[in-house]
Design a protein around this ligand. Sequence first.
Ligand SMILES: *Cc1c(COP(=O)(O)O)cnc(C)c1O
Length: 428
Amino acid sequence: MNHARSHDLFARASALLPGGVNSPVRAFKSVGGEPFFAQRAEGAYLFDVDGNRYVDYVGSWGPMIAGHAHPQVLDAVAKTMRDGLSFGVPNALEVTMAEAITAIVPSCEMVRMVNSGTEATLSAIRLARGATGRNRIVKFEGCYHGHGDSFLVKAGSGALTLGLPNSPGVPGALADLTLTIPYNDFEAATQLFDEVGGEIAGLIIEPIVGNANCILPRDGYLQHLRELCTKHGALLIFDEVMTGFRVALGGAQQRYGITPDLSTFGKIIGGGMPVGAFGGRRELMSQIAPSGPIYQAGTLSGNPVAMAAGLATLELIRAPGFHDALEASTHALCDGLEAAARDAGVAFHTTRAPGMFGLYFREGPVESFADAMASDAVKFGRFFHAMLERGVYLAPSAFEAGFVSSAHGEAEIAHTINAARAAFAEVA
Ligand SMILES: *Cc1c(COP(=O)(O)O)cnc(C)c1O
């Protein structure tokens, strides 16, 4: 494959953008090599500036659940933008969006629109702190909630170890308020709440972890967290920026039958435009300004063009059977990859939820952050490049989930599995 134009652009970008990119994982650091630059995208495919075509399993990191450049989404955007790009006064599409979210996700009686997943999560913990009058936040090892200061904290050597910043620039005094425990560990959560439950404002979790590859909750785990939060008066916050509208129409909370106090959304809700949202019970959400004292604002929040893209996407995924078909495609892909790896004698395992999957260069099962980290990242890097050469674009990191869209049909999945047969043979 020729990458001359991408190479040239990356050289120019690297002189002016930190690492040549505007978001770190795009830089291919963990798989080596250089990123390709997109020219355009359509359905399941990305096309780069050198004319190469890839079956895309990143989907802009989640939003493109209905495939790239879906005509209905583009039409909605085009029609809306002709009336103006931003008004600074309320517009009807914001109301339609709030009605759609609250209808699809019953735990959200009210919502606030924002411009990214990061904004949604940092606003949600401000609300949790403001509403409970407590300061501590609990998160999980390997869960990602955007780049807000309170979230850039990794675990110490035990559930009660105080947080340490893992990014320079995060004040230790703030990081100390974030407690980190291992995902899927019932006992660690019980112990933490027994010791400091009365100080915890909220527990935030990716109900299915999609930012440490893809890890599913053990049976009863989310229910256990729900009970602990209720017992100790802490708010349960489901970060559904990735899982929302994907693993079921109503997200992971619908799939697992759990009612969180607050939920955060992003990605799909913007259909490819910069959008996030957070919502929850009326009594909590009413404490947000201007109906309450907890401040939150945004010049472009509820932007009409962004609402139009998100609403058109929601309309597509509300079609009967949409998520069942997505689940079937995800299984077909993962089953095919596992069979190809077995034939090549490569230790390999997949995890799946509808429309998202994890690839592991190790035997299963994978149920914890430690399990996920034990995947052979060097082998993944070689596999990634072997697939890219064959026109398949996987997430450029061994520790990111992959995404399947409704545009991934039998032909795309068959192409992927064929490519994988050759790629596994190369890395075996
Ligand atoms: C992507 C993501 C975020 C951050 O969203 P941005 O729009 O990148 O700020 C937060 N939480 C989860 C679970 C995510 O996957």
